[in-house]
Design a protein around this ligand. Structure first.
Ligand SMILES: Nc1ncnc2c1ncn2[C@@H]1O[C@H](COP(=O)(O)OP(=O)(O)O)[C@@H](O)[C@H]1O
Ligand SMILES: [Mg+2]
Length: 488
């Protein structure tokens, strides 16, 4: 059987990893029909309607032939609407409406609207990186995706309509350069530590957490400012490095949560999923699969407010990323890997009714209820909080101050400590070492617990601009180990 064949090139994402997909359009002289093959999911089948309608709307000719589009390799699962544009280009190439040899010099990625407009699709950065890695120098994508695709150092051909892409490939005219949106991205206003009155110990712990990247848990009666404190951690974190920013942007893009006016995520992300969130919402999953909250919090903060309210399965699923900073999701064709190196902040009451630990309230919980409440949090999970801070009801005089120290005053100390930890980490004195060894037996501490205390002690020393980790620093770190109130 004879016919004409044309290709276009795009990338499917396995997790964040781009895999080359060749879109082959085969046209035969037979009764007109249109089929897409190659393990396409439903969105891909819907592509048929959009591609047909988009080509008609661009006043191009829909070939009256038997059209077969094959997405190869077939075993690769292809999800999403980004294949629309490459499918349309392959068909237009096969029917001689645009030069075939030019199409394959480009990667293509974008969704077609029924009227032929091209819409941005999440994941452009990872797709552009795939093109770049294979030496393709240009990507044709939605105009709005331009700043994001450019982060991969590829040349972007920004198209707003299929007709623009066609004119470009025919060499008639270049698409208009993407001018960006009007106005600057909104300056994010982070909640500030100045709002927190009193709670000196909790504020100190927050500063340690910011400086050392430690996980922390606030425990105490309701209304004492636990949530308030947790939400203020991002305000004392340094901005992301360029490399971290690209990594975070790649994840946020695939998840479709990138702010359109801010292609590069430059501040540490902050995610606070609700306690009703599913395991998949927290660690990722679904068709695709998509990154979850833990990955969206990569290089930033994951706040689990009211920790014991989360499904135990969701909390247990966080153990892998807490251990090695990655989440791997098994798929039919292999596994998808997502980075998830986040700083965990948890909050909790001391009992289900919240009265426990509150001098102004009476706890009405039975010992059984308290037991069940604690059982939700496995020892293994609690063990991963380097700083466990009890947040008491503040005394009246503590709340009389006008404002607390502002985040802008805390941040320079955090930055200096981080710098010291990175370049000249403080070394434990013999006496400090001895205290740590004694604590291992007395507390007792697991090997992991010991390492965590040692890290917090080093952070305390760095904040004190000390070259040595002294006894006092180890003592402070030990004071943040699981207090009696929440130890089961
Ligand atoms: N230390 C504090 N300084 C200033 N306001 C506070 C403080 N603690 C609590 N509040 C006020 O109480 C509200 C509830 O605090 P929240 O952080 O939600 O408490 P929790 O999470 O401990 O139940 C806050 O929005 C804030 O207005
Ligand atoms: Mg709260």
């Amino acid at each position: 059987m004879t016919g004409v064949l044309a290709h276009s090139i795009t990338y499917a994402l396995i997790g964040l990893e781009p895999r080359r997909v060749e879109v082959e359009a085969h046209l035969q002289s037979a009764i007109p029909s249109f089929a897409i093959v190659g393990l396409a999911d439903r969105a891909c089948q819907e592509a048929k309607e959009r591609v047909r309608s988009g080509i008609a709307s661009a006043e191009l000719e829909w070939p009256r032939r038997r059209i077969t589009v094959n997405l190869a390799p077939a075993e690769l699962r292809k999800v999403g609407s980004g294949f629309d544009l490459p499918i349309a280009l392959a068909i237009l190439g096969a029917s001689g409406q645009i030069p075939r040899e030019r199409v394959i010099e480009h990667a293509a990625f974008g969704e077609l609207a029924l009227d032929g407009r091209i819409r941005p699709v999440g994941g452009v950065l990872a797709v552009a990186e795939g093109a770049r890695a294979e030496g393709l120098e240009r990507i044709v994508c939605a105009a709005e995706s331009t700043p994001e695709a450019e982060l991969a150092s590829v040349e972007v051909v920004p198209v707003s309509h299929l007709a623009e892409a066609v004119a470009y490939f025919r060499g008639e005219r270049d698409p208009p350069p993407y001018g960006g949106r009007n106005g600057l991205p909104p300056e994010p206003v982070l909640p500030d530590l100045a709002d927190v009155l009193g709670q000196e110990r909790a504020r100190r712990a927050l500063e340690l957490a910011a400086a050392g990247g430690h996980n922390m848990l606030f425990a105490g009666p309701p209304g004492t400012g636990k949530t308030m404190l947790g939400r203020r951690l991002p305000s004392v974190l340094p901005p992301l490095s360029r490399e971290e920013a690209i990594e975070v942007t790649r994840i946020h893009s695939v998840a479709g949560v990138l702010h359109p006016q801010q292609p590069l995520v430059s501040a540490a992300p902050f995610r606070a999923p609700h306690h009703s969130a599913s395991v998949a919402a927290i660690v990722g999953g679904g068709p695709g699969p998509r990154p979850g909250e833990a990955s969206l919090a990569h290089h930033g903060v994951l706040l689990l407010d009211e920790l014991p309210e989360f499904a135990r399965s969701a909390l247990e699923a966080l153990r892998q990323p807490l251990e090695d900073g990655t989440i791997s999701i098994a798929r039919a064709g292999g596994r998808a890997l997502f980075p998830a190196r986040f700083q965990l902040v948890g909050t909790m009451n001391l009992c289900p009714c919240g009265g426990r630990g509150d001098p102004a309230a009476e706890c009405s919980c039975s010992p059984q209820r308290i037991g069940a409440f604690r059982d939700k949090l496995s020892r293994a999970l609690i063990d991963r909080f380097d700083l466990v801070v009890t947040v008491p009801r503040p005394r009246a005089h503590e709340l009389e101050v006008e404002r607390g120290e502002a985040s802008a005053e805390v941040l320079p100390r955090v930055l200096a400590a981080r710098d010291r930890l990175a370049h000249a980490p403080p070394v434990r004195t013999d006496a400090a070492d001895e205290l740590l060894s004694r604590a291992v037996e007395r507390v007792p501490l697991s090997a992991r617990g010991r390492a965590r205390v040692a890290r917090v002690a080093a952070t305390a020393a760095a904040l004190a601009r000390s070259e040595r980790v002294e006894v006092e620093h180890v003592a402070e770190a030990l004071a943040y180990r699981t207090p009696r109130e929440i130890a089961s």
